[in-house]
Design a protein around this ligand. Structure first.
Ligand code: SF4
Ligand code: SF4
Length: 470
């Protein structure tokens, strides 16, 4: 068995902290962090968890706060309904998100992972606290894991894993309710286990995966699976602000030889390592496994308080600021990247807010030409498609804005139910004197309750001879 010092100081370049020399998993028993940053993280995590579990039950205008119905291709986000016609917004949102993540990571490191990533939030603020409650603190957990199975150990294991399974099942049901809605999920569950047993099996399989990730796989997701974690190496540089150890101040760390002589501020207490959920020693420098959770900052600050030294031996800093012994400066690059991030957010917000509630298209019926309509008029036949993206029925009227003419809608007045797509045919009739070329430009106003809500354009086909006369 490797000594702690040996393992931490010589092997971090060769293998992840959770792999032993023999390649087997080294199980971690991180101490529960305590401190200001942990308190803030706990508030954020509990806000996110509460939102996640409650959102399917909260409604705006009869629709859930978030509803992701992939089967009906209907998506509701905070009262706004999105349909396949809004696909361009989804693409834009994804591009914005990717650019945002890259720029944000270049400037501020992997802070997302330690503070808001679902993996960390579920593990550190839901599953791990239950483990502390049942198995005790980190030392007791280690003892329990190493001891022979007795009645107490078996009881604790059954209780802990039973609760983990229940939470996993409930979490998967919550995920499903984001897709089906809570009412529909209630109907589905009514028939369990005899009816719709396929869905029950699906839910149980996902429960098993969720349980496996949080009860067993844990930090391995962040250290060996997560692609975002793997990309850190190319996104970080010496100016990136991240959780870092101030080696200028901390080294040489206290050890048996320099105990009574001059040494840096690090007293080599390993408190920062003991709380690390990925099992690394941040004093070895920035590592791929670091999720920027700041637990080591809290741990080290409490040690610094005890030894009467200033806080911040481990802190948010860039490699450059530490090597130059200066505080972080918001240089031109940070300001430029931050400005791009803000601009992206503004553009996205604008696009989402100006999105029309009713989307209309009027296109000439394929293969049709102009027709004589009485002695002095021409007509064209069109296909109308209208998508109602609001949460209520809309009554729509179409008026020709230019040139002067008539729109003759076929069928009943145009009433579109919420979320429905209406398709109709219509004729546009223009006086011959108003048709100036073989391809004229038309402007159509879309009116709801007498108010124009949109303006669209289309073309009107007339005789070719009109072009020759011009
Ligand atoms: S907690 Fe602080 S003092 Fe203790 S080992 Fe870590 S860096 Fe050094
Ligand atoms: S090194 Fe510190 S910030 Fe990084 S994962 Fe470990 S405890 Fe969290």
């Amino acid at each position: 068995m490797e000594s702690k010092d040996n393992f931490q100081e010589t092997t971090f370049r060769d293998r992840p902290s959770t792999f032993g020399k023999d390649g087997k998993r080294v199980w971690l028993f991180p101490k529960m962090p305590k401190g200001n940053l942990y308190n803030i993280r706990r508030i954020i995590a509990w806000t996110l968890l509460t939102f996640f579990y409650l959102a399917p039950f909260l409604k705006i205008n009869g629709d859930p706060l978030i509803f992701l119905n992939f089967l009906q291709r209907k998506f509701v986000l905070f009262g706004t309904t999105f349909y396949p016609q809004d696909f361009h917004l989804l693409v834009l949102a994804i591009i914005t998100l990717v650019v945002f993540i890259v720029l944000f990571t270049v400037i501020y490191g992997r802070i997302f992972c330690g503070w808001v990533c679902p993996q960390t939030v579920f593990l550190e603020f839901l599953y791990r606290p239950i483990e502390y409650l049942i198995d005790g603190n980190a030392e007791k957990q280690k003892e329990l894991a190493e001891q022979e199975a007795d009645a107490i150990k078996i009881l604790k294991r059954i209780l802990k894993h039973g609760i983990f399974l229940l939470i996993s099942f409930f979490t998967i049901l919550t995920f499903i309710s984001y897709v089906t809605g809570t009412e529909k999920l209630g109907e589905i569950m009514d028939g369990w286990p005899l009816q719709r047993s396929g869905l029950l099996m699906g839910a149980l399989v996902f429960t098993g995966i969720h349980y496996f990730v949080f009860a067993w796989f844990r930090e391995q997701v962040c250290t060996i699976v997560c692609p975002y974690g793997r990309l850190q190496g190319v996104m970080l540089d010496v100016n990136t602000i991240l959780v870092a150890y101030d080696y200028k101040r901390g080294e040489p760390r206290r050890n048996a030889e320099n105990r009574r002589s001059e040494h840096g501020d690090c007293i080599n207490c390993y408190s920062c390592v003991a709380v690390c959920p990925t099992g690394i020693d941040i004093r070895n420098g920035t590592q791929l496994e670091c999720i920027n959770c700041t637990a080591c900052i809290d741990a080290c600050n409490s040690v610094m308080k005890k030894v009467k030294k200033p806080n911040g031996l481990i802190r948010f800093a860039s490699e450059k600021s530490i090597s130059e012994g200066k505080s972080i400066k918001f240089n031109a690059r940070v300001i430029a990247y931050s400005s791009v991030l803000i601009a992206l957010l503004i553009v996205m917000t604008y696009l989402f807010t100006v999105r029309g509630d009713v989307e209309t298209s009027v296109n000439r019926s394929p293969g049709t030409m102009f027709q004589e309509y009485g002695a002095d008029k021409y007509s064209n036949l069109y296909n109308l498609q209208m998508v109602n993206k609001t949460n209520s029925t809309v009554s729509i009227e179409l008026k020709l804005l230019s040139p002067e003419g008539e729109i003759l809608l076929m069928g009943d007045p145009l009433k579109v139910e919420k979320g429905e797509v209406a398709k109709r045919n219509l004729l546009i009739v223009l006086k011959k004197e108003n048709v100036k070329s073989s391809n004229s430009h038309l402007e159509i106003g879309i009116f709801e309750n007498g108010k124009m809500i949109d303006k669209i354009t289309t073309t009107f086909v007339g005789p070719n001879e009109l072009d020759e006369k011009q």
